[in-house]
Design a protein around this ligand. Structure first.
Ligand code: GLC
Length: 431
């Protein structure tokens, strides 16, 4: 990791700028990831976003966004990855492509259950204890139903969590998915009306070929009727994902930790946490020294070391494993200036500006730094925090080029701003 740069902005200034971004992306009761590029409510983005609102004392907004997301939960317990609250021409594929028949319209996939840990953090930190107990009481059955659905419908051969589409991982075009994605059907050209490349350079986004596969999987799941109990069988793509499993483990253990204080029963979440921990251990690759995805269809571990493996630390990975990966991360630093690149910079798949194939993401750094602390790597966590702070001083883009820290992708990105408020600056300097 690069040595931390001296701060050029005060915490107070940075907080003011971050809050302006979050406020600009707020659509009343929910906050979009970025105006134009992502005009709806996204599932795992809601986790960091509510932490950001809480950090500036906007507790009702924070709890309200979680409530809003869960109001779109499916009867099975699945929380959809996008909720299409408003009509927008800025995004493809929109509700008509998904055709899930839900009201409000949603996609038929999920994302890592990070909002669960965010709810637990809000419960711990809300100074109004009556509100905290009331809100967690209302959310509790919905939080547990989501985790129970993942356990029931998405447990893979190693007991890790299975994603049935790269979009479910949140790390869409990671090289970890290259092989399983190549084995899925492609839809034909005429259905492809990408809007993302109107605002962001195509070189910084997934390729058109990848999009054809993404939509091929959507078409297969749509044809199968969006039966969320059987998507692992219905999808041409099924992969056990370390980061998803780690976030699941952390979600369940965070709920177990607050269950007593919240007056709730911990038995389901304790069982789920134990299983997810075993699942994570099952994805450890001793030879590579990294947590690695497992392609369920091809029955083989897949892909180079990526940020998904590192984010396993957020789930409380085995300390010896965490230390080994952090040694590996130090070795990455000879190839790039800023950590954490989203994929191994020494691998041939690395692309420093293309989305999840190289760029640094603030959310990944937060997950990794938090996980480092769980593994007793306090100094490394602090170095990563300081380095991330240096990146956000130039603004809150979607991601950064790890070679020189240039901000790229969408601009005014909510989780970059929200985690600046919750993690990278001190709240007592709030303007
Ligand atoms: C992209 C990211 C995903 C995120 C979404 C909205 O699809 O890959 O992780 O949730 O944008 O920000």
């Amino acid at each position: 990791m690069a040595n931390a740069q001296p701060n050029t902005k005060t915490d107070a200034d940075l907080r003011k700028d971050a809050l302006a971004v979050l406020t600009g992306n707020r659509q009343g009761t929910y906050t979009v990831p970025a105006i134009g590029l992502y005009p709806y409510q996204w599932c795992w983005d809601t986790g960091p976003i509510v932490l950001g609102w809480a950090s500036v004392g906007q507790w009702d907004q924070a709890w309200g966004e979680l409530d809003k997301l869960f109001s779109a939960q499916w009867p099975s317990g699945m929380v959809p990855h996008i909720v299409f609250w408003e009509q927008s021409d800025d995004y493809f594929p929109g509700p008509e492509v998904w055709s899930t028949g839900r009201e409000p319209p949603t996609t038929g996939l999920t994302q890592p259950p990070l909002p669960v840990s965010a709810a637990a953090r809000l419960f711990d930190a809300d100074p109004d204890r009556d509100r905290a107990r009331e809100q967690i009481g209302l959310l509790w059955p919905r939080l547990v139903a989501w985790l129970a659905w993942i356990e029931r419908a998405r447990t893979g051969p190693h007991l890790a969590a299975v994603v049935v589409h790269p979009w479910e991982s949140g790390m869409d075009n990671s090289p970890a998915w290259d092989e399983p994605l190549a084995a899925t059907p492609e839809i034909s050209n005429e259905h492809l009306e990408r809007r993302d490349v109107a605002t962001v350079s195509a070189k910084q986004r997934p390729s058109t070929k990848e999009y054809r596969h993404y939509l091929g999987i959507v078409a297969a799941l749509r044809k199968a009727g969006w039966d969320t109990e059987r998507q692992v069988a219905d999808s041409p793509f099924a992969v056990e994902d370390p980061a998803f499993t780690a976030i699941m483990r952390r979600a369940a253990s965070d709920l177990a930790d607050i269950a007593d204080a919240a007056g709730q029963d911990a038995s389901d979440v304790t069982r789920i946490a134990t299983q997810a921990r075993a699942g994570l251990a099952g994805l450890w690759d001793e030879q590579l020294g990294w947590y690695r995805a497992f392609d369920v269809r091809a029955s083989t571990p897949t892909g180079p070391p990526t940020a998904s493996g590192l984010a396993a630390m957020f789930g409380g990975a085995n300390h010896a494993h965490a230390h080994r990966m952090v040694d590996g991360l130090q070795a990455w630093s000879s190839a790039v200036k800023f950590s954490v690149p989203s994929s191994d910079p020494t691998d041939k798949s690395f692309d420093p500006i293309r989305y999840w194939r190289g760029p640094v993401w603030v959310l990944v750094n937060w997950l990794v730094a938090d996980g480092m602390k769980l593994a007793g790597l306090e100094d490394e966590a602090e170095t990563l925090r300081a380095e991330t702070r240096a990146l956000v001083e130039q603004g809150f883009p979607e991601y950064y080029d790890p070679r020189d820290g240039t901000g790229i992708g969408g601009q005014g990105f909510s989780w970059s701003a929200a985690l600046t408020l919750d993690w990278l600056t001190k709240p007592d300097s709030t303007p």
